[in-house]
Design a protein around this ligand. Structure first.
Ligand code: GLU
Length: 484
């Protein structure tokens, strides 16, 4: 059997982390087995679907490295297929026109509620006579199409994650609406989710449907539709939901839910992909935690997907992100840091200063957990002019600091070249000449060059500032502070 899987996001919001995790599991599964990965945009909800959400989804898939083999297909361009399926079901007597008004449905639900029964459609229009239909049409009622669901049916499938699953027909809410007739359309051109999915999965020859467990009840309904349309039923696997730290389903209330949010916060795509691989799947006989998508695909199997919900763990994601960041060459990280420095308003020329920015990256990269940390971590290293903290001012005003800094300035003025070794020599020389502790020289120099008593490596920072001439300018400012 050729393995064909799909990811079928609805563009009613940005690319959700849960959908992304489902996309990753589908990708791993299909790359492990060999086969095709299909991308389908389920945009039949025309009121809530937006092109910018489609763009966000496609960008997110690409950013994560989830390449697809076919698509994107758009359901709104496939309406004829759904209409044909509706007609087939009507012709077979497996679906019918239902004229129940929304007021009648409300009333029905109120009665059920009063009797403490679960809300369901009571199938009242399943067997209308020709006269009743004529009467409803004459009243101007607009029908919907309902698919018959037998209350006594038991629907069973072998879920590749959850094992044997059984649903009762009577728990599916009565005959289900599969299509509506939008205003001015005589053809039931508005298919509903379950019908469109089944028609597409059939047409696209999907062999395995891997999706979140929130779709389990839909699977029961969809199996009935496959049977009604006379098609082979795909293999189903339902992955556990992603939970927040409190063990509830991760939602908008948790702040970040879309892949673009994670990108903005400064996570690397390979770290997000890696984290999500582990969110619900564990490799066999291995404690390995860092995986590329390709590596994980070699090992991936649905038998190692957990049944229980997967708790989102920020500390772990941060750890994974920092591992990827720290293992990258500065040349590979610098372009990802530039937007953050720009956002912070630091002044530099991304092209002209590229070498300088790479050197800056080298200094700070090991203190970064997320890319956005580059803003605070490099704050002290941008600009000719600086602000001195109170503590730095206090340091500068200690005894001996002024002559020490003056000597450093003189040394700098006479130096014909400069590098980390020369910087160390200057410090050594000045310490000796003034007969002070090396700590005093280092601390005062740090205060003078960065305006703070703590920060990135002093020698490296000095070398970096020197390339711009900012060390001299800052020393001068520090001396001005002392004598003011
Ligand atoms: N459009 C559905 C969703 O975004 C797809 C569900 C499915 O995979 O069948 O949840």
């Amino acid at each position: 059997m050729t393995v064909r899987v799909r990811i079928a996001p609805s563009p009613t919001g940005n690319f959700h982390i849960g959908t992304a995790r489902t996309a990753i599991f589908n990708w791993l599964f299909v790359r492990n087995h060999g086969g095709q990965f299909i991308l389908r945009i389920e945009d039949t909800d025309t009121e809530r679907s937006r092109p910018e959400f489609t763009e966000n989804i496609l960008d997110g898939m690409t950013w994560l490295g989830l390449n697809w083999d076919e698509g994107p297909f758009f359901q709104t361009q496939r309406l004829d297929l759904y209409r044909q399926a509706v007609q087939t079901l009507l012709d077979k007597g497996l679906a019918y026109r239902c004229y129940t008004t929304s007021d009648e449905l409300d009333q029905m639900r109120a009665t059920q509620q009063a009797r403490h029964e679960a809300p369901r459609y009571d199938n009242r229009h399943r067997n209308l006579t020709a006269e009743q239909i004529a009467q409803f049409e004459a009243e101007g009622r607009k029908p919907v199409i309902r698919f018959k669901i037998d209350d006594d049916r038991e629907i069973v499938w072998d879920d590749q994650v959850r094992g044997k699953m059984t649903w009762k027909g009577r728990d599916l809410g009565g005959d289900m609406v599969i299509a509506r007739q939008p205003e001015g359309d005589e053809t039931f051109g508005q298919p509903l989710y379950n019908l469109a999915v089944v028609v597409d999965d059939m047409d696209m020859k999907i062999s395995h449907v891997l999706r979140g467990e929130d779709h389990i009840a839909n699977t029961a309904k969809q199996i009935l539709l496959y049977e009604a349309l006379g098609e082979e039923i795909p293999v189903f696997a339902h992955t556990p939901l992603i939970l927040n730290e409190k063990g509830q389903k991760l939602s908008k209330r948790d702040g970040v839910t879309s892949i673009s949010d994670f990108k903005r916060m400064g996570f690397l795509p390979e770290a997000i992909a890696n984290y999500m691989i582990l969110l619900g799947w564990t490799p066999e006989n291995s404690t390995q935690e860092l995986f590329s998508l390709d590596e994980a695909a070699q090992l991936f199997g649905l038998d190692r997907v957990n049944k229980a919900g997967a708790k989102f763990d920020w500390d772990k994601l941060d750890w994974i992100n920092s591992q990827y960041l720290h293992n990258k060459a500065p040349e590979a990280v610098v372009d990802q840091l530039i937007p953050y420095w720009q956002e912070a308003g630091y002044e530099f020329d991304p092209e002209g200063d590229r070498d300088w920015l790479i050197q800056l990256t080298e200094i700070i990269v090991h203190s970064l957990t997320r890319l956005a940390d580059a803003i605070p971590e490099s704050r002290l290293l941008f600009g000719e002019k600086i602000k001195f903290s109170e503590k730095a001012i206090a340091q500068l005003q200690l005894e001996n600091v002024e002559p020490v800094l003056n000597s450093i300035q003189d040394n700098l003025a006479s130096a014909t070249e400069f590098n980390a070794d020369i910087a160390k020599d200057i410090i050594k020389q000045v310490t000796k000449a003034h007969n002070v502790k090396k700590g005093l020289v280092m601390k005062s120099l740090r205060a003078a060059l960065t305006g703070e008593l703590q920060g990135p490596d002093l020698i490296q920072s000095w070398a970096l500032l020197h390339r711009k001439g900012w060390d001299k300018a800052r020393l001068q400012q520090a001396l001005a502070v002392i004598s003011s």
